[in-house]
Design a protein around this ligand. Sequence first.
Ligand SMILES: NC(=O)c1ccc[n+]([C@@H]2O[C@H](COP(=O)([O-])OP(=O)(O)OC[C@H]3O[C@@H](n4cnc5c(N)ncnc54)[C@H](OP(=O)(O)O)[C@@H]3O)[C@@H](O)[C@H]2O)c1
Length: 359
Amino acid sequence: MKKYKVGVIGATGMVGQRFVSLLKNHPWFQLSVVAASSRSAGRTYEESVAGRWQMPNPIPDEACKLVVYDAQTDIDQIAQCVDFVFSAVDMKKEEIKALELKYAQAECPVISNNSAHRWTPDVPMVIPEVNPEHTEIIDFQRKRLGTKRGFIAVKSNCSIQSYIPALHPLKDTFGLTHALVCTYQAISGAGKNFDTWPEMIDNVMPLISGEEEKTEQEPLKIWGTITGTQIVPAVSLSITSQCIRVPVTDGHLAAVFMAFNEKPATHDIKKIWQEFKGRPQILKLPSAPNQFLNYFEDSDRPQTKLDRMLEDGMAISLGRLRPDNQYDYRFIGLSHNTLRGAAGGAVLLAELLCADGFI
Ligand SMILES: NC(=O)c1ccc[n+]([C@@H]2O[C@H](COP(=O)([O-])OP(=O)(O)OC[C@H]3O[C@@H](n4cnc5c(N)ncnc54)[C@H](OP(=O)(O)O)[C@@H]3O)[C@@H](O)[C@H]2O)c1
């Protein structure tokens, strides 16, 4: 099979390095272009990440000798070399918005890890197992942009991936009305480790700026409907949250309370979770976990350290489902924030877009 040629813009950063690592030996995608700021441009990838490579495995051979492009000034050259790009740049929100738009208008599809376009009404924000049908909005987006190939698609915030997948298959069947969520989020979500953020050792931070708004609002777009030329967020339910930073390296855990119009039985919920398959499982996409929702009967699971790497960090771990005395049920969810929640989720989205003919 001919591989898709892929670029990573922001390839030298923490998320960009994760993309470069995940693309090693990918069966469909060939890393062909790496781009970053003018500070890195013109050097080889190996030179530009020297002393700041943070992945557990060495730099992939195919990336080492690639010469880094300037993500802002080399757009046309990059667009001509690749079938699409992953975006992982860190700039001001309005600058990222404008940059991603320029790539799309240069007929280069953009799969973005950034939040800049999450609320653009005709940009799909996709968890591939949850709302793959939102990719259909791309036809309208292309009309607005005047492009044939170019478009922007984004993944959602990492915080919501620990519990939205579990709520999703219950939502319509039993009429989900309310959810209360407390997230316990890893320091890698801030691009840090214990060397770069020693204040987090033996500590808990009560605020992650902007995270509660994303945690409460993004699910409503994901569960929204395509109406005319935009995605209109769902209004039939509400979510409230507190997002806490905890001293773990990777893995976001969520304590979730949920209320329904019709209270299901515990065994019905577990059966639905066990049997749920999303479009990535049906299509057998290369990065899709075989079993998306994994329920642990042991009452001390899921644990961040033990379970975050389930199915290469792409599966969701669930446990401690039990009745609640204010809501109908409560449970614990866990996902890997930089794999499922960031670069891995974006690679899976790109696979879906290729399989469905959008790229
Ligand atoms: N870290 C996470 O876990 C995480 C999770 C979810 C979302 N995000 C989001 O993902 C994005 C990247 O995060 P990160 O942690 O990977 O950041 P990072 O480590 O600081 O890397 C930033 C990347 O953007 C490039 N860049 C910076 N300014 C640029 C400019 N003016 N023009 C072109 N490229 C520029 C950098 O290139 P140089 O190396 O040349 O400076 C680098 O490749 C951010 O928007 C962040 O909010 C991060």
